[in-house]
Every structure is written in structure tokens, then in C-alpha cells.
Design a protein around this ligand. Structure first.
Ligand code: TXA
Ligand code: MG
Length: 346
């Protein structure tokens, strides 16, 4: 299949949007810019189109997809009911990087939810994403547009790298501003529960809902026989080909630990002010507590490590508050939970 690449800079480019909408309505797959990461979109109500997403990504068949809408009214037919907690979250954070899980309506094909009786819905804030949903005239099912297991794409060229020849169209709407996937919260249990941290922080959710539980899988490693609340949490994820390790401890101890690795094959991801402490190449993720900037840079840095042929990526471990909780969640998976505590090991 030849993959078409279409740059759309403004929602006023109606001819291009109509073309992309036609591709989606005909059952095609389209790389879609959003404020979080690029999505791989298909008509959420077309079972055959949705199945093509799993094939193009090599995605496990038990990992359900998020359904994207452009206006709040489009939510009503997708779920059985919209409880007051859900309405309050949508009012506070939509359009934006929040996904809400509720019991599903019958119109949602099993291919989207992988047989679960719940559905994840999100209204993105990226204007081109919403214009694309409107042009398609249907809700769009879309996972991140990476090959399964790889770092999520935050530019259209990342999507082209992973999906060239596998999908019909890539819409280039510029670089993603959040840089990590949406926050996923389920309202299907007794209490709201955070399944995946993202650009809307746990603190933000608690401001609106009061109590919010944090799923064990957010920072913990599930045992092989444990059933995750969010199927996506059980897979090794976001990982470049290089071996990734998270490193805790002071700059000095990190630098001493890094000397065990070959300088020419190792990339250090550190914070502003640490760049000159290492003998190897470094990329700063931003100021030490600036989680929003860490989020913007992390997936690109992991992809660049592979492009540069690195064998090892050592990453200074971020904190657990604000958007850093999302960054840490992704990095733990990229590192397959390998964390080196230099205060203990040196
Ligand atoms: O920001 C985002 O959320 C991006 C953009 C494209 O919108 N999409 C995205 O999709 O990250 P994906 O498929 O990579 O991640 C969806 C996550 C997975 O961890 C999946 O298991 C979970 O949401 N999920 C989807 N439906 C669910 C459901 N009904 N119950 C529990 N978890 C669900
Ligand atoms: Mg993904």
C-alpha cells in the first residue's frame, strides 16, 4: 500500500480535510495529529476498519482502543449513561488529554473494546484532530500510531517511520505539544481510578472528583498471572531497540555509574545543569522538576537514541508528582522496570 502524506496547517484547508474524511469513511486508516501523541485512526463504528488498526500496529488482540469525538454531544450515543462525575470531568478537561471509561453502548463494536463491556472516550483539543473527526462524520477509534511496543510518535515523521506502506494516509498537523498519551480514568468501579497518568495530572483529577484511586499498574510491575484493569499496562512498551535503565541518585553518583558503559554507545538523558558531568553524549529533558517539558521531550529522545545507533540509554529518574508521574510510568515500561539506585550500588 502506498501511504499518502498530507500536511494540514489550518482547519480552513477544507479540501484536504474532506479528502482525509473520505479516506476514513471508506474504511481506511489515517495517522492523526493530536495534542498528546499521533493516533492511528479508523471509523470506530466499522468493525472491519478497526481490525485493520490491530494488523497495521501489530497490536495484541486484547488491548482496547480509545474512541475520539469532536463535540461533547457525540459522547451520549457511545455510552450507557453519563454519571455526574463523568460530566464534571468532561466540563473541566475536555477538549484535552483525558480519556474517560464508562459502560459502553451497543453501537460500539467488540473490535474496539476487545470484548470488554466498557469503552474509553476522549475529546482531543488539537484543532486538526477535531476537524478530521467532523470531516469523517463518525467517531474515530485511535491508538497511538507507533508499531506496538515502540515509543509513541510525537511528529508526523515518526508515524511515517513506523507506518509507511501500512496505512492509507498520514495527516501532518505539526508536533504534539503534550508529548505523552492522555490520562486514562475509569468511572466503572466504586471509586474513580487512574489507570494511566498523562497530561491531566492526578492532582487535577482530585481537584474535581475528590478521591481518586491509583491503579497498582501505574508505577508497579504486574505479576505474570495478574489481570490488569487496563490491558495496555501489561506489555513492555515505549521501548527503543537500545537497552534502557532508569538511574536514581545525585548527578555525581549517576556520572560514576555511567562510567561502566562504553562512551560511544551510550546516551544519557539528564536534567538541565547536568549535561557536562558525563563522558558520553547527553540530552537534557528540561529543568529537574519541569514535568511538562520532560513529557514533551521523552519519546523523541528515545526514538533519536535508536536513530543514532545507541546500545544503552541511561535516564535520570524523574519525580512522581504532576506530569512527571506520566513520564515515570512510560519510562518504567521502556526500561522493563530496570531501576538502578546508585545510593545503594556504589
Ligand atoms: O493520548 C492518547 O490517549 C492517544 C491519542 C491518539 O489519543 N491514544 C492512545 O491510545 O494512547 P493507546 O491505544 O495507545 O492507549 C489506550 C490505553 C491502553 O492502555 C488501553 O489498554 C486502555 O487505554 N483502554 C482502552 N479502552 C479501555 C477500557 N475499556 N478499559 C480499560 N482500559 C482501556
Ligand atoms: Mg499506545
Amino acid at each position: 500500500m502506498k501511504t499518502e502524506f498530507l500536511k494540514i496547517e489550518s482547519v480552513r484547508e477544507t479540501d484536504k480535510l474532506r479528502h482525509a474524511g473520505d479516506v476514513l469513511r471508506r474504511g481506511g486508516l489515517c495517522g492523526m495529529p493530536t495534542e498528546t501523541v499521533y493516533g492511528l485512526a479508523a471509523n470506530a463504528l466499522d468493525e472491519a476498519a478497526v481490525r485493520k488498526i490491530f494488523a497495521a500496529k501489530g497490536r495484541p488482540q486484547d488491548n482496547p482502543l480509545i474512541v475520539h469525538i469532536s463535540r461533547i454531544e457525540e459522547w451520549t450515543p457511545l455510552v450507557r449513561d453519563i454519571p455526574s462525575d463523568a460530566a464534571a470531568l468532561a466540563e473541566a478537561f475536555w477538549p484535552g488529554p483525558l480519556t474517560i471509561i464508562l459502560p459502553k453502548a451497543d453501537c460500539i463494536p467488540d473490535a474496539v473494546t476487545c470484548g470488554l463491556d466498557t469503552v474509553a472516550v476522549r475529546m482531543p483539543s488539537h484543532p486538526i484532530a477535531r476537524a478530521l473527526i467532523r470531516a469523517a462524520g463518525v467517531p474515530l477509534a485511535a491508538p497511538s500510531a507507533n508499531l506496538s511496543g515502540k515509543p509513541s510518535p510525537t511528529t508526523a515523521l515518526h508515524v511515517l517511520h513506523d507506518m509507511d506502506g501500512r496505512i492509507d494516509l498520514i495527516v501532518d498537523g505539526g508536533d504534539c505539544t503534550v508529548g505523552v498519551e492522555s490520562t486514562v480514568v475509569t468511572l466503572c468501579g466504586a471509586k474513580p481510578r487512574l489507570l494511566r497518568p498523562g497530561g491531566i495530572t492526578l492532582e487535577d483529577l482530585r481537584d474535581v472528583l475528590g478521591e481518586v484511586d491509583v491503579d497498582k499498574a501505574v508505577l508497579g510491575e504486574l505479576d505474570a498471572n495478574e489481570k490488569p484493569s487496563s490491558p495496555g499496562m501489561k506489555y513492555k512498551h515505549y521501548a527503543p531497540d537500545a537497552d534502557v535503565k532508569l538511574v536514581r541518585g545525585s548527578t555525581e553518583r549517576f556520572a560514576a555509574y555511567a562510567r561502566r558503559y562504553r562512551q560511544d554507545e551510550t546516551l544519557i538523558l539528564c536534567f538541565d545543569g547536568e549535561e557536562n558531568a558525563f563522558g558520553c553524549r547527553t540530552v537534557s529533558l528540561g529543568a529537574p522538576t519541569d514535568g511538562r517539558t520532560h513529557a514533551q521531550r521523552i519519546f523523541r529522545a528515545l526514538r533519536d537514541a535508536d536513530a543514532d545507533g545507541c546500545r544503552t540509554v541511561l535516564i535520570h529518574c524523574p519525580g512522581e508528582t504532576g506530569v512527571d508521574l506520566a513520564v515515570l510510568n512510560r519510562l518504567l515500561r521502556a526500561a522493563a522496570f530496570q531501576v538502578v539506585n546508585t545510593e545503594e550500588t556504589l
